[in-house]
Ligand binder design. Structure first.
Ligand SMILES: *[C@@H]1O[C@H](CO)[C@@H](O)[C@H](O)[C@H]1NC(C)=O
Ligand SMILES: *[C@@H]1O[C@H](CO)[C@@H](O)[C@H](O)[C@H]1NC(C)=O
Ligand SMILES: *[C@@H]1O[C@H](CO)[C@@H](O)[C@H](O)[C@H]1NC(C)=O
Ligand SMILES: *[C@@H]1O[C@H](CO)[C@@H](O)[C@H](O)[C@H]1NC(C)=O
Ligand SMILES: *[C@@H]1O[C@H](CO)[C@@H](O)[C@H](O)[C@H]1NC(C)=O
Ligand SMILES: *[C@@H]1O[C@H](CO)[C@@H](O)[C@H](O)[C@H]1NC(C)=O
Ligand SMILES: *[C@@H]1O[C@H](CO)[C@@H](O)[C@H](O)[C@H]1NC(C)=O
Length: 407
């Protein structure tokens, strides 16, 4: 009898605590989603869309989705100093197209300093900055500074899916949703998504091994596309806040991944490309070998040509519209698709075998999934909406600003 009473008190206290935690998170941009923001008008689950054919012979990229802006965050000086090859390849590619290239300096740019002044952590500030410039374009391709173009014979449109506002991809070696490179459409949903993503800074800073914006992205996607998975999100959040190193962080990533399941397409919202199906993958996955299908490669942090597909430094005066001049690849690294496929297959086995043991979790086995919330674990969406409606994304502040560099 006593035990029963004690248990119910514990249950009550825990439930109140969970709800309290959910409703008193930090000030500023609270990373919860306004479920009613989610767009579902006139979108169906039937994938009727096929992407445009691959660019041929460096021909023009028809602007079928309007204006496209490539955004890189960083100061021009540091980009040239630290990511010389990746940035030169991007500029050479840019000269063969009509896209806009915008370099945003996170600490000098006036619009960012105004709209993102609460964000002190660079990676989170980046997503606030891209949100601040979203209104200047139809689609934005946000790229990490260490992302290089290896094969310019592609248009960005090939990876845009007009049925969604955000296009993400999975990282090859650990199955995580990657944060560094993404496509985003100029819509209120996408703006809201970016601002709330940035807002996770105020939570992640209390975590030992948060994975920064990349860690936040897992939870942010889950809460956005599957708000009903409230219990699972709470469990994954437990794992996240408990993570102390890469292996335990992967337990959190796996928890989110298992909860999302096989679904990678949420009409009107987000599409996530499978590993190696997006416009970019890490170059080392295939030891810098590439095929016609490849477009960009990530993780080119150095300024030396070794461990890149390039034979010599770019000379941008050689680069021009509709031309491959300016592109000097190493002999033998451009191979056929079948051979790339074999390399990917071998690498994926290796990565699976070396995947951290502690990262192999199932949410429902990792932590109580009814014990604390029973008999109210099936929280309805309206209640979640009500809780979330307390949090608001501040409207952008207008100011007389000089905009970031555009070329
Ligand atoms: C949805 O489809 C209907 C019928 O085709 C159309 O009248 C309406 O404008 C569409 N709404 C949006 C938001 O596209
Ligand atoms: C691309 O160029 C090659 C060689 O000049 C030519 O044979 C081919 O037909 C061209 N393809 C297209 C789609 O223009
Ligand atoms: C997180 O750590 C706490 C304290 O060590 C533990 O009680 C809890 O079960 C852990 N949660 C998960 C999901 O591992
Ligand atoms: C770059 O290319 C231009 C045009 O081909 C050439 O005049 C110039 O000397 C080159 N610069 C370097 C540093 O190689
Ligand atoms: C939630 O979204 C709806 C629809 O866009 C909007 O009217 C409402 O103001 C939003 N609420 C909050 C708290 O952001
Ligand atoms: C975008 O918003 C900023 C304010 O943040 C404003 O100054 C700018 O004129 C807007 N641009 C467009 C194209 O609407
Ligand atoms: C904007 O740029 C102009 C010309 O470079 C400069 O004179 C002006 O001071 C700048 N204004 C701001 C607010 O930075």
């Amino acid at each position: 009898m006593k035990l029963k009473l004690w248990l119910s008190v514990l249950l009550l206290v825990t439930t109140v605590f969970i709800l309290y935690q959910a409703s008193t998170m930090d000030t500023g941009n609270i990373p919860m989603n306004n479920v009613s923001m989610i767009r579902d008008e006139n979108v169906t689950n039937t994938p009727k869309y096929t992407s445009p054919a691959q660019r041929q012979n460096m021909s023009n990229c028809p602007a079928i989705y309007g204006k496209i802006t490539i955004v890189v965050v960083g100061s021009t000086k540091s980009l040239e100093k630290n990511y010389q090859i990746a940035q030169a390849s991007l500029r050479c590619y840019h000269k063969s197209t009509k896209y806009t290239l915008r370099v945003i300096d996170l600490y000098k740019d006036c619009r960012v300093r105004t709209e993102c002044r609460h964000h002190t952590q660079l990676f989170f500030r980046k997503h606030c900055a891209t949100a601040a410039y979203l209104n200047e374009t139809d689609w934005m391709l946000v790229l990490d500074a260490d992302t290089a173009v290896v094969n310019p014979n592609h248009c960005i449109e090939e990876w845009i899916d007009p049925r969604v506002d955000l296009v993400l991809y999975e990282r090859f070696f650990n199955w995580e949703i990657a944060s560094g490179n993404y496509l985003v459409k100029n819509t209120p949903f996408a703006y809201d998504f970016l601002k709330r993503w940035a807002g996770w800074e105020f939570r992640a800073r209390y975590y030992v091994f948060s994975g920064m914006d990349n860690g936040a992205l897992q939870m942010h996607v889950l809460q956005t596309v599957m708000p009903e998975a409230y219990v699972e999100a709470t469990i994954c959040n437990q794992l996240w806040s408990n993570a102390t190193d890469y292996a335990t962080y992967m337990a959190y990533v796996t928890c989110v991944k298992v909860t999302l399941g096989a679904k990678r397409f949420w009409p009107g919202q987000i599409r996530i490309y499978r590993r190696a199906h997006g416009w970019v993958r890490d170059g080392h996955v295939t030891d810098h070998y590439w095929c016609d299908r490849d477009f960009m490669m990530h993780d080119y942090k150095h300024n030396s040509l070794s461990n890149t597909p390039f034979e010599r430094d770019f000379n941008l005066t050689e680069c021009g519209s509709n031309s491959l001049s300016g592109w000097h690849w190493k002999q033998g690294l451009h191979i056929d698709q079948e051979t790339i496929k074999i390399k990917l297959r071998q690498k994926e086995r290796l990565h699976a075998i070396s995947f951290p043991k502690k990262g192999r979790v199932f949410p429902w086995l990792a932590y109580s999934d009814v014990g604390y919330c029973w008999p109210n674990c099936d929280i309805d969406l309206e209640l979640i909406d009500l809780m979330r409606s307390q949090f608001q994304v501040p409207a952008p502040e207008s100011s007389a600003c000089n905009d970031s560099i555009v070329s």
